[in-house]
Write a protein that binds this ligand. Structure first.
Ligand code: ZN
Ligand code: ZN
Length: 453
């Protein structure tokens, strides 16, 4: 024995190429023919240089077998190594049989810095190895969510709509994310990995009566990011030349899902390639939910600008819901995150997402805040509308757990109409005539001006 085993039904192919600045924001497919009888596929991508002028080139891998999506490895670095077999796969990729026929291995060129050609080598190997049973095989993709008895409401439920795991570029696992959510005493948590749903089965299985797990994906495109909730199936995120995002938003809704424009004013290229929302056709187009608080309030997601953008859309007559997302990658758990406080009839995926779409929520890093309004015989809460014939509206704002020195403002049609210096808890009242404003909300800011709710 010389230690080298030759397996039948093996094949190997090496693709090499050079990318320039003209190749940025492309999905470059390489076709690999998997032979009959192969049980394992290995993919290795390396490229050089990794860093140019202080910025990283970012090229990621996606895999499609003859029947469809088999995973995406949305992560940084200049060496990507992936395996797939019937029982396991590198996080981000989907375990399953190595189907014979053409596989598309795609290089997603999120960033190729100009004036510095990038040489890459892509090696794909199919082999017919015996697949050992692993002590903890990756959960099958389509495992149904553990049955969770709906927690009774209606009441406020607190949770997060945006987080990642090792299935994309986070440093923690689904179990870590669930443990963090329980430590934060969240009622619900979400896994929205970049361009893959391979972690969902494991994440959904970690839910229980005390913690509802929502799942979906973050469309991590070259021209903006958006969250999909309420559908556990992979959806193609690849838009062409900036087009196709309206179709994606419409398709998510057709599946009964929720589409959220994520961190629309984040710092974009080349700092965070594709992170800033530049889809003219979805400004907001068919989108009705926008994340205005991403990670910490004062982060380079530019949440203040995102809030101003949401005001513009509301002023333009779009009935938007505003959400928060921790975008937690497991790196810095000391940040002051905003969470979503959602008023729903029960703690189920359908109820929480319907309440989010209806705008029955506030976002807060701690304080509680609730707006109600009365006009004529009508009484409404956040997300609701008063009929014009109801007359002037009496607005009532109630808060609790506010820090010393906090300021409460009533915002109507994008303008601060009234501001109160406030105590730890209390109530404020204001009147808005029918012609005074078409919409209103309240903000609560600390002495440093940062948003609290
Ligand atoms: Zn994002
Ligand atoms: Zn994210």
């Amino acid at each position: 024995m010389n230690g080298i085993t030759q397996f039948p039904n093996s094949s190997r192919e090496t693709f090499v190429g050079v990318l320039t600045g003209a190749d940025v924001k492309r999905n470059i497919a390489h076709v690999f023919e998997a032979p009959e009888g192969a049980t394992r596929l290995r993919i290795r991508l390396s490229f050089n240089p990794h860093r140019v002028a202080g910025f990283n080139n970012m090229i990621t891998l996606s895999a499609f077998d003859p029947l469809g999506f088999r995973g995406a490895g949305h992560r940084h670095g200049c060496v990507h190594e992936v395996f797939l077999d019937s029982l396991g796969a590198t996080p981000g990729f989907v375990p399953g049989p190595i189907r014979a026929g053409p596989w598309q291995i795609t290089l997603d060129t999120h960033m190729v810095m100009p004036d510095a050609p990038v040489a890459y080598t892509l090696e794909v190997t199919a082999s017919a190895e015996p697949i050992p049973l692993r002590p903890e095989p990756t959960a099958p993709l389509l495992r149904p969510q553990a049955l969770v008895p709906p927690t009774a409401g209606p009441r406020w439920f607190r949770g997060d709509l945006h987080a990642h795991t090792v299935h994309s570029d986070a440093i923690w696992t689904a179990a870590d994310l669930a443990a963090w959510a329980r430590a934060e005493k969240l009622d619900f948590v979400s896994l929205t990995d970049h361009n893959t749903v391979s972690g969902l089965a494991e994440m959904l299985a970690l839910g229980g009566p005390d913690l509802l797990v929502l799942g979906g994906m973050e469309f991590t495109t070259f021209w903006g990011h958006a969250l999909m909730h309420g559908s556990h199936d992979w959806m193609d995120w690849r838009t062409r030349d900036g087009q196709g995002m309206a179709a994606i938003a419409t398709a998510v809704a057709a599946r009964g899902g929720t589409f959220i424009i994520a961190h629309p004013r984040a710092q974009g290229d080349p700092h965070c390639t594709g992170c800033r929302w530049v889809y003219d056709e979805v400004f907001p187009g068919p989108a009705r939910v926008v994340e205005v608080w991403n990670t910490a309030w004062s982060s380079d997601s530019h949440n203040e600008d995102a809030l101003a953008l949401a005001y513009d859309w509301l002023n333009a007559g779009y009935r938007m819901a505003l959400t928060s997302g921790t975008d937690n990658h497991g790196r810095d758990l000391r940040l002051r995150y905003g969470f979503d406080h959602v008023y729903a009839p029960a703690l189920t995926e359908a109820n929480i997402l319907a309440a989010v779409r209806a705008g029955r929520l506030y976002i807060s890093a701690g304080p509680r805040l609730e707006i109600t309004a009365r006009a004529g015989g009508e009484s409404v809460m956040m997300g609701d509308a008063l009929s014009p014939e109801a007359g002037a509206a009496e607005i009532q704002i109630a808060w609790a757990d506010a820090p010393p020195g906090a300021q409460l403002s009533l915002i109507a049609d994008g303008e601060a109409r009234q501001t109160w210096a406030m105590g730890e808890s209390g109530e404020a009242r204001a009147t808005l005539g029918v012609d005074d404003a078409r919409w209103c909300l309240a903000t609560l800011r600390g002495t440093d001006g940062q948003c609290l709710p």
